[in-house]
Design a protein around this ligand. Structure first.
Ligand SMILES: Nc1ncnc2c1ncn2[C@@H]1O[C@H](COP(=O)(O)OP(=O)(O)OP(=O)(O)O)[C@@H](O)[C@H]1O
Ligand SMILES: [Mg+2]
Length: 289
């Protein structure tokens, strides 16, 4: 009777294939053992998962396995229904590298963004249209003819993101995407991530970005998943965060009007506070200077 159908309603997750399924993943570098230990992770389409954890926790290593650049020592990774194979070119899976110099290598920005598209076998017109679209999205269209090695670090970051987005990926991994970005570019990035429909994993020490963008957080330390769940609950837990080299993001710390216990104008009767002078009591500069 094994083929009998259950009358119980299926949960939505049973209809939908996970975007990412990692089971029993272990990995060691030749000279660094147990960098990842029994990692299990299921990510559904459209989820935005923040991957947080201290330096050396294994975040980048995990990304390199998911996109097939490093082969697991044990375990299995299935992305968008297909097992990951070593060095398989899969344009539907994108990685924005932590170090843009590992990603950008063509003579010009335009060539770099076009490279993956040409490998996909797209027509010249389609390649041009996608390059223009991706560079406009990240605000770097005016850099198109520049040599990549002349770009500033923040410009390189945004061009690396264009490289990946041009391929219209369905799963994107961003490794420290806000590193080196100025306030304006960081805000552009956050808006872009918030508006994106693809599934994403974002490894970041910029916890405020994770709070603004992600609906789920995975805390990883010493190659193991410590906790997986709601970003505000996890990042708001002082002890958990401190135990793993993190700090509660500033925006989750309750604020009173008295920041840093410094007296405000409302406290102006406190000792040591210089009261603003009553209107009209300050003679101001004389008309003669
Ligand atoms: N090519 C390599 N050969 C040997 N060990 C490596 C190599 N790359 C990384 N490691 C080691 O693997 C561990 C995990 O490194 P990984 O770069 O994945 O950490 P991370 O969580 O991304 O850290 P960060 O926050 O600093 O980017 C570290 O102990 C690191 O020293
Ligand atoms: Mg890293």
């Amino acid at each position: 009777m094994g083929n009998e159908r259950s009358d119980a309603p299926m949960s939505p997750e049973e209809f939908v294939e996970p975007a990412l399924m990692i089971s029993g993943l272990c990995f060691s570098y030749p000279d660094t053992p147990n960098v990842l230990e029994d990692v299990n992770l299921k990510v559904m389409p459209g989820e935005r998962v923040g991957l947080i954890g201290p330096n050396g926790a294994g975040k980048t290593t995990l990304f390199l396995q998911i996109c097939g650049l490093l082969e697991p020592s044990a375990g299995q990774i299935v992305v968008l229904g297909k097992p990951v194979k070593n060095r398989d070119f899969r344009p539907e899976v994108g990685l924005v590298f932590q170090n843009p110099d590992d990603q950008l290598f063509c003579p010009s920005v335009r060539d770099d963004v076009a490279f993956g598209l040409q490998n996909m076998g797209l027509s010249k017109d389609e390649v041009e249209a996608r390059v223009t679209e991706a560079l406009s999205t990240v605000g770097c269209l005016e850099l198109a003819e520049r040599p990549v090695h002349h770009l500033s670090e923040g410009e390189k970051r945004m061009v690396s993101i264009a490289d990946v987005l041009a391929m219209w990926p369905r799963l994107v991994m961003y490794d420290e995407p806000s590193a080196n970005l100025d306030i304006r570019s960081r805000r552009r990035l956050i808006r872009l991530l918030q508006a994106s429909k693809e599934t994403m994993l974002i490894a970041a020490h910029d916890l405020e970005l994770v709070l603004e963008v992600c609906n789920r957080v995975v805390l990883i330390d010493k190659g193991q998943i410590i906790v997986d769940g709601n970003p505000r609950e996890i990042m708001g837990d002082d002890r958990l965060m401190e135990n793993h080299g993190q700090e509660k993001p500033h925006s989750l710390v309750p604020h009173s009007h008295k920041s840093n216990n410094r007296p405000t104008c409302a406290d102006s009767d406190s000792p040591g506070v210089i009261k603003p002078q009553a209107r009209g009591s300050n003679p101001g500069p004389s008309p003669n200077g």
